[in-house]
Design a protein around this ligand. Sequence first.
Ligand SMILES: *[C@@H]1O[C@H](CO)[C@@H](O)[C@H](O)[C@H]1NC(C)=O
Ligand SMILES: *[C@@H]1O[C@H](CO)[C@@H](O)[C@H](O)[C@H]1NC(C)=O
Ligand SMILES: *[C@@H]1O[C@H](CO)[C@@H](O)[C@H](O)[C@H]1NC(C)=O
Length: 718
Amino acid sequence: MDSKNFIRFLSFTFIITLLLLTLTNLPLTNKAIQQLDCTTNSPQCNRRFIKQPPKPTTRLHSSDVPHHPLDPLTLTEITKTRSILLSHALFANKNTYALHSVVLEEPDKSVVLKWNHGNNLPARKASVIARINGETHVLTVDLATGVVTPLDVGYHSGYPTMTIEDMTSSTWAPLENPDFNRTIMARGIDLKDLACLPISLGWYGQKEENRRLIKVQCYSMEGTANFYMRPIEGLTVVLDMDTKQVIEITDKGRNIPIPKAAGTDYRFSAQNKKINLINPISLEQPKGPSFVVENDHLVKWANWEFHLKPDPRAGVVISRAMVRDPNTGEKRNVMYKGFTSELFVPYMDPSDAWYFKTYMDAGEYGFGLQAMPLDPLNDCPRNAYYMDGVFAAGDGTPYVRSNMVCVFESYAGDIGWRHSESPITGLEIREVRPKVTLVVRMAASVANYDYIVDWEFQTDGLIRVKVGLSGILMVKGTSYVNMNQVNEPENLHGTLLSENVIGVIHDHYVTFYLDMDVDGHNNSFVKVNLKRETTESGESPRLSYLKAVRNVAKTEKDAQVKFKLYDPSEYHIVNPSKLTRVGNPVGYKLVPGGTAASLLDHDDPPQKRGAFTNNQIWVTPYNKSEEWAGGLFTYQSQGDDTLAVWSERDRDIENKDIVMWYTLGFHHVPCQEDFPIMPTVSSSFDLKPVNFYESNPILNIPPNVEQDLPVCSAASSA
Ligand SMILES: *[C@@H]1O[C@H](CO)[C@@H](O)[C@H](O)[C@H]1NC(C)=O
Ligand SMILES: *[C@@H]1O[C@H](CO)[C@@H](O)[C@H](O)[C@H]1NC(C)=O
Ligand SMILES: *[C@@H]1O[C@H](CO)[C@@H](O)[C@H](O)[C@H]1NC(C)=O
C-alpha cells in the first residue's frame, strides 16, 4: 500500500533490506585479504595510505560444506531442513508455522572429542524450535535420513525467541487500528514520522499468560535519524503477537512534550563542526597476519587453536579451545565451549510505560540475530578476517548475515612481560616483550543499545572476555527542561540529559557459559579463600597476615558465589588428576573484572526470570540441555527453567565434567556525555592459567626489532 511506503517504520534489524543486499552481493572470498610487500619503503607499501582498503564482502555460501562436527548448518543444510519439515505431517497446514530456531544439533561431547580431522563427520542433524498452530515443538531433523524426532523438553512457561518477522510485523500492526492512528495524531505526530519498537514485556502475572504478547512504543523521526531521543512518552500498545490484534492502547503522556530533534543526530555527516584531534592510525603487519582460519571455522594462531561459529541466539560460540604447551608441544584442552548465554537488562522505573522493560536480549531477541555487519577499519582493523552468519528466517529459508564476526591480531602497545636492571647491580639488562593478542569480535545492536563482545586470546594462555556497551540510551520524555524545576531528583529514575529527556537508570548483566575442560573433562571448582590470620602474642612483630585456604566445592550449592571485597577468593577450575612437576593440580582461574550485582528483590517478577544473576558464579555438572541461563523458552517465561532452578538440585560437581557460569554486571546511571550516543563503557573478565604451565610459557618469544618493522611513510601523491 502506498500510504505504508512513506511511513518509515523501523524494525530492529532492517532485516528485509539486509536480506536483499546480502543475497545480491557478489561472491568474493573473505580470505582475499590483500597482502602488500612492505619490507621496504616501496611505492606499493606507500599506496596503503591512499588506496581504499578492500571492503570485505559476502560469499553466497551456496557451495559451503561442513568440515567439522561443530560447523554450523550450511545454507544447503538449512534449505534441506526446511524441505524435510514441510513434508512432515506436523506441518500439513503450512500457513500456521514459524521456525524460531534452526541450528546444528551438536553431536554428543564424547563423539566430538573422539573425532579427528580426516574422520567422517558424525550424522548431521538440525535442532529446530517450531511453533505450529500455537504449540511449541522442539524437533531433531536427521539430514541424511530425513527422520524428524520430536523432543520432550517437559513443560516450561514462556515462548521461544521471537523471529525477525515477529518483530517486524509487530511494529506495523498498530497501524491497522484506527484508535492508534488517532492517538498518534492527537500527540501532534505526523504518521509519516513514526518509528516504533517491539518491546518484550517480561511476565507480570496471569492476565499476561496463555498468549504471546508484545508491547509497542513509538518515537518521532522528524528532524533526526536518532529517533530514540524523541519518545512519544507514555504511549504503549499491547499486541497479541500471533493474531496482531491490538489489545490495549495506554496513553498517559499527553502532557509530556516530544523532546527536540536538535543535537540528537550522531552521524559524522550531521556534525557542523568536525574536529580532527589525531592522525589516522592503523596496525601494520609487514608480513601479514599470523593467524589462519581453516575450513571456514577453525582458527589457528600462535599457540592457540579453537572452533568459531556464529549463532543466532548466543552471537558467537567458541569451542574446543586448546593451547599448545611450549615444553611438550602437546595441544592441551582448556575450554570445550564458551558463549554468551543470556543478557538481563532491567530498567529502574516502576511507572506504567517503563516497569516491564527488563530485557533478556539473547532469549527474547536473539543476540546473534541482532548482530549487524561490522564496519571495516572502524569495528575491526585492517587484516581482519570476517565471518558470516548463515541463519534461517521464520519460514525456514536461509539468509546470510555478512561480516558478522571478525578475527584480528591486536597490538595496543602493551607489554607482555618485562624486567630491567638498576645500575646498582652492575648488570645491563632490559628485557621486554610486546603483547600481541588475537581478538574475535561481534557487535549486536539490540534496538538502541550496542553490545561489543570480544574473546581475546593471549600467548601466555590467558583468555579475556570483554563486553563493551555503546549505542543509544533508552530515554524517557519529561516536561522538565532544567534541574531547577525538580524537587526530588531521586524520583526522576535517572538523569536529565537534555531538555525533556531523562536517561533512565538500568543494569546490564551478561551471563557467560564456560564449559572448562582443563586437560580433560574431570575438573573441580576450588575457592582459594584469602583469610586473615592473627599471630599469637610474641610470635612475630606482625599482628596479622593472609593465608590462602583451598576449599573444593563438592556440590552445586558450594559453588554459588557472591563476591565480597572483604572476604575474597580466587576461583580455580582444576584437574585434580593432573599435577605439575612439583605437585600442584593444573588449572585455570576466573578473574572477575569490575562487576555489579542485581539488587532487585528476589520475588520481583523480572528477578525471578533473571534469577541466574542472583550469584556471580555458579558451577553445574555438564548437561547438554542446560545451556540457556534464562531457560530454553525465555520470552514471557516465569523463571521456572533458569540456572538458579537447576542449581537448586545441588548435584555433585567434584572431579566431574563441569560448567562454570559467570555474570558480568554493570549499573548504569546515565550522564550527559551519554547523549545523544554513548561512548563505549567496557568491562571484562579473564580465564587465566594457574599452575597450568610449568613456568612462564612466553620466555622464548622474541622481542620486536627495528628491521622487522619498517616505517611506511605516506605518499605525497598517487
Ligand atoms: C493509519 O495510518 C496509516 C498511515 O496513514 C494508514 O496506512 C492506515 O491505513 C491507517 N489505519 C487505519 C485503520 O485507518
Ligand atoms: C572421570 O571420572 C569418572 C568418575 O567420576 C570416571 O568414570 C571417568 O573415567 C573419568 N574420565 C576421565 C576422562 O578421566
Ligand atoms: C539435564 O537437564 C535437563 C533440563 O534441565 C533436566 O531435565 C535433566 O534432569 C538434567 N539431567 C541431569 C542428569 O541432571
